[in-house]
Write a protein that binds this ligand. Structure first.
Ligand code: UD1
Length: 360
């Protein structure tokens, strides 16, 4: 019996590991699959709700590291994860995405000569001021199995000199979760509970440090959103980082009554909100992919994206931090001037199946 430990830490990790966990259950005579939660995210609405909704059991290990500076958080995860690996001696560690938990755990495993598989490898924003870009480059450089979601990932890894035999184009596990939960998403009561009609609202999320950690960009973005409030309601589930900064900078008090600020929203209800929105405005990575799959127009408030297929094929538009560009794109979308987009190759709900077959 082989032992595999998959690591989750922050909100976008849970829906990536859920389909892997469910797939490994099919091989339970061969593999014992455990989930280790680092505790990077810990609120009920940032973490626990996802385990309940995605039908995965409570994590087998919980490191409870919580928040901190990058160094403190990464170091604490490493200290605690090493204890788990010493005790359990797994045959493989699986990490996903690009958060601090991803690099912390892959580094610990590699130093103990335990092979590492990285799911969602090869994505690059080419912006090394983003903490996630550092996490991606370092994790990929030491991983043994690199599972890629789009062609750009293969190209980037080859350009960085990664051996081709380690790279596998397997598709997008985040889309697996979406496909697996589609009927629950369609049965969600969130529209009626927030008094929303289909296509009659804009959904917005913001949490990138470059947009929310200083007053000027955050205030400019909220003011720009305010200018659309006459046309549509604006539904804004607020990330804890963003809420804290809005309070710190004293902004948001004079926004239109069309704004609907909420706490972070669970997976099923949030996907229902994406699916039925007129458009989504975000700085998230994963939401660019979910909107592409659901063919809902998305405007990304960043100067770059590590997921270029969402632009070349999908429904995503980069607005950068230029508020006038944001206004132009949103106006075009609301006026129906953008074309329907396509779904990228292998975003078909079967990525976990491919990944687990390769690992087995
Ligand atoms: C992290 C990831 C980012 C990902 C995002 C999704 C890194 C470097 N960043 O950013 O890539 O897109 O998660 O949300 O790993 N907080 C709470 N409750 C929680 C979690 C956080 O209140 O459950 C607050 C704390 O004040 C914390 C702050 O949010 O200091 C930021 O959390 P942190 O995990 O450091 O980074 P995120 O901004 O969430």
């Amino acid at each position: 019996m082989k032992k595999i430990i998959s690591v989750v830490g922050a909100r976008p990790n849970f829906m990536k590991i859920a389909p892997i966990h469910l797939e490994f259950l099919k091989y339970k005579d061969l593999v014992q699959h455990w989930i280790c939660h680092t505790g990077q995210h810990y609120d009920e609405k940032m973490s626990k709700i996802f385990f309940k909704e995605l039908n995965i059991s409570e994590p087998d290990f919980n490191l409870n590291v919580g928040s901190g500076s990058h160094a403190v958080q990464t170091a604490n995860i490493m200290l605690e994860f090493e204890k788990v690996l010493i005790a359990e001696k797994p045959n493989l560690v699986i990490v996903v995405g690009d958060v601090n938990s991803t690099i912390a755990c892959s580094l610990v495993a590699k130093k103990m000569n335990i092979p590492v598989a990285h799911i969602e490898a090869g994505l690059r924003s080419f912006d090394r001021t983003m903490p996630e870009e550092i996490n991606r480059i370092l994790t990929d450089s030491i991983s043994d199995y690199l599972f890629v979601t789009e062609q750009s990932g293969i190209d980037n890894l080859k350009n960085e000199g990664i051996e081709e035999s380690k790279i596998f184009f397997t598709g997008n596990v985040m889309i697996d979760s979406l496909v697996q939960n589609m009927s629950k998403i369609d049965s969600s009561a969130i529209l009626s509970s927030l008094d929303l009609d289909k296509s009659n609202y804009i959904l917005c999320t913001l949490h990138r440090p470059s947009n929310v950690d200083t007053k000027v960009p955050l205030e400019q973005i909220l003011n720009a959103l305010n200018s659309f409030a006459g046309k549509r309601k604006i539904v804004f589930p607020v990330h804890p980082r963003t809420r804290a900064n809005m309070e710190l900078f004293g902004i948001g008090g004079d926004l239109s009554a069309s704004f609907l600020f909420t706490d972070p929203i669970g997976y099923i209800d949030f996907l229902c909100l994406i699916k039925n929105a007129a458009l989504v405005i975000t700085d998230s990575g994963g939401i660019q992919e979910e909107t592409t799959f659901l063919r809902v127009p998305c405007v990304t408030l960043r100067n770059n994206t590590e997921r270029p297929v969402t632009i070349t094929m999908g429904s995503n538009h980069l607005a950068g931090t230029d508020v006038s560009k944001l206004t132009g794109i949103v106006t075009d979308i609301l006026d129906g001037k953008v074309e329907k987009a396509a779904i990228p190759p292998l975003w078909d709900g079967k990525a976990a199946e491919r990944i687990c077959r390769i690992l087995i």
